[in-house]
Design a protein around this ligand. Structure first.
Ligand code: ISL
Length: 564
């Protein structure tokens, strides 16, 4: 249907481009290196836009491309209005916007506004003295009885407060000491952030992914964590008193006038709070990156814990119950902070890697919400086989090691066993483009290890292999384009307690799909309930089943979509 004549509402939802879109997430440092310095860059992204366009996605989100000392790989911004030198120039950025738009791809950039780098000019000025005009751009405190003001902990280990010798006060950093938190209570700070958002919108970007945005409002009493939050302080930080006011102001000042889309990273946001942040009648954010699924197997910090499929299904069911037709959500199963999708929720044993990556792709693209695909997952890239702490590059991994192993009593082997499964570095090894040196990522020396399986697992090979993860993604995305029921249709989990199958329907009043996923290594026989008798098989990752295939006989990691 011609978009201009399409109804503005579908099955109770306001139709918006970003609800119908699929987003591809790039972590630029490891995507593609065009100039041979071993570091991914903007021209590298441009070189590979056809790969992204061939998937059929609608938008790209790039992790921070701003000037940064890279303590946290770009999430410590030194200058919000310039491009990181390793990634290229402002002319390259303009080229990226134009090249993406020329292919019908929208571009979202990362807004890192909870904190800056300690090398940002604001912080350099702020710490010069208590009288600095920029003092109140950050959060300073004299401390209590010669100790930090409270028990807040940095997500990267240790206290969230550092003593500044020169100006004689503590400053707050919820992440590393090199990432001081901005003071959103100060209207001048909010003005600066809104102005820089306009700056990038003027450059043609279509919206923002907002880094730890729920943390921007701080409880001004700076009291200790309430006891119920001590084990999981992110829930405390995400519930600051003025969060909703600040977001409404941002919406009024920037997002609405520019028709820019907003995806808030929502670490610490409960499902109930999520509804308040994305209810379109309230005018805050468009959608969130939810963490409950990503962290379903996560214990405290870097530790993993056992999980079951019903646990994961319960997360999506809870979201569905909490977010009604006034709200929207993303489906995010992986990103640059998480293990690789196939290693996390699938089976990266070579016998099942492709098939389980395809089954997970089916889930990602048919659950309710805007799917976010993380680079490399479209060919089933896997976790890296780390064996020693010095192989890790990430500030989070190193901070956790210091606290757990060097200052604590965790045996190194125990730490590494967990980290192999949970480390952010798993997602940060370079994308494997072909079976050449460095997986075709660079003609130079790659800044980080390339996975030893690059000769087998790479874009060139996957796209032409008889069983291809990439082509399955492309087929699913193409199906979704013509299927509003897969976007706006009601979600019903038909077997919430089944230990191996995920079976759900997506239905509007006049259309519907049934998704049957075997997320296990065992064959499973399944009798489809009367109420959802499928009319026709639409798409799967194995041979089409015989017409009289009842009950369904699902091979390990088989995923099928039927029309209802
Ligand atoms: O949740 C995580 C996994 O345990 C954390 O790694 C992560 O720090 C958290 O999700 C917040 O992430 C975002 O902000 C950080 C940055 O390091 C991450 O890369 C970013 O996605 C600080 O800017």
């Amino acid at each position: 249907m011609d978009a201009a004549h399409a109804p503005a509402v579908c099955h109770g939802h306001r139709r918006r481009w970003w609800k119908e879109a699929v987003v591809y997430h790039i972590w630029p440092r490891s995507f593609m290196d065009a100039d041979g310095d071993g570091i991914g860059d903007l021209q590298g992204i441009i070189q590979r836009l056809d790969h992204i366009a061939a998937l059929g996605v609608d938008a790209i989100w790039i992790s921070p491309h701003y000037d940064s000392p890279n303590v946290d790989n770009g999430y410590d911004v030194r200058d919000y209005r310039s491009v990181m030198a390793e990634f290229g120039t402002m002319a390259d950025f303009d080229d990226l916007v134009a090249s993406a738009h020329a292919r019908g791809l929208r571009l979202l950039v990362d807004l890192v506004a909870n904190h800056s780098s300690d090398q940002h000019a604001w912080f350099v000025e702020s710490r010069k003295s208590k009288a600095s005009a920029y003092r109140d751009y950050y959060i300073w405190h004299p401390g209590r009885d010669g100790a930090p003001p409270n028990d807040w902990r940095s997500f990267f280990g240790g206290s969230a407060w550092s003593w500044d010798e020169l100006s004689g006060e503590y400053y707050l950093h919820l992440f590393s000491p090199e990432q001081p938190d901005l003071n959103w209570e100060n209207p001048a700070v909010r003005r600066e952030i809104f102005d820089l958002m306009h700056f990038w919108l003027d450059k043609g970007v279509d919206g923002f992914r907002m880094d730890v945005i729920p943390f921007i409002s701080k409880d001004q009493s700076f009291a200790d964590y309430p006891p119920e939050y001590r084990a999981e302080p992110h829930y405390h930080h995400a519930a600051g008193p003025r969060l909703h006011d600040f977001l409404k102001e941002m919406r009024r000042e920037v997002l609405d006038p520019r028709d820019a889309v907003s995806i808030g990273e929502a670490l610490g946001v409960t499902t109930r709070q999520a509804a308040l942040l994305v209810d379109e009648r309230r005018g805050e954010l468009d959608m969130l990156i939810h963490f409950d699924a990503l962290l379903v197997d996560r214990g405290e910090g870097w530790r993993c814990k056992p999980w079951t499929l019903p646990d994961l299904k319960a997360v999506f069911a809870e979201q569905d119950a909490a977010l009604d037709h006034h709200c929207w959500r993303t489906v995010c199963l992986s990103n640059h902070d998480m293990p690789r999708l196939v290693s996390h929720f699938g089976d990266d044993d070579p016998a099942y890697r492709v098939r389980s990556a395809q089954a997970l792709a089916t889930m990602l693209l048919t659950l309710k919400g805007t799917p976010l695909i993380y680079m490399g997952d479209e060919i089933g890239m896997t976790n890296y086989p780390f064996t020693a702490i010095d192989q890790f590059e990430d500030v989070e991994a190193r901070g956790a090691w210091r606290v757990a192993v060097e200052e604590g009593d965790v045996p190194p082997e125990e730490f590494l066993a967990h980290m192999r499964r949970t480390s952010r570095d798993n997602a940060r090894t370079p994308v494997q483009w072909d079976d050449g040196p460095a997986g075709g990522f660079t003609s130079g020396t790659p800044w980080f290890v390339v996975h030893p399986n690059a000769a087998d697992v790479n874009v060139r090979r996957d796209r032409t292999a008889p069983a291809s993860v990439f082509r399955h993604y492309a087929a699913l995305i193409a199906l979704r384009k013509d299927a509003l029921a897969l976007v706006y249709g009601d979600f019903t989990d038909l077997e919430p307690t089944h230990p191996a199958l995920y079976v759900y329907s997506r239905r509007t009043r006049d259309d519907g799909y049934l998704v049957v996923l075997n997320l296990s290594r065992e064959e499973v026989v399944y009798e489809v309930p009367e109420a959802v008798r499928p009319r026709a098989f639409v798409l799967g990752n194995l041979e089409a089943p015989a017409a009289d295939d009842a009950p369904l006989r699902l091979a390990p990691w088989e995923g099928r979509i039927y029309r209802l």
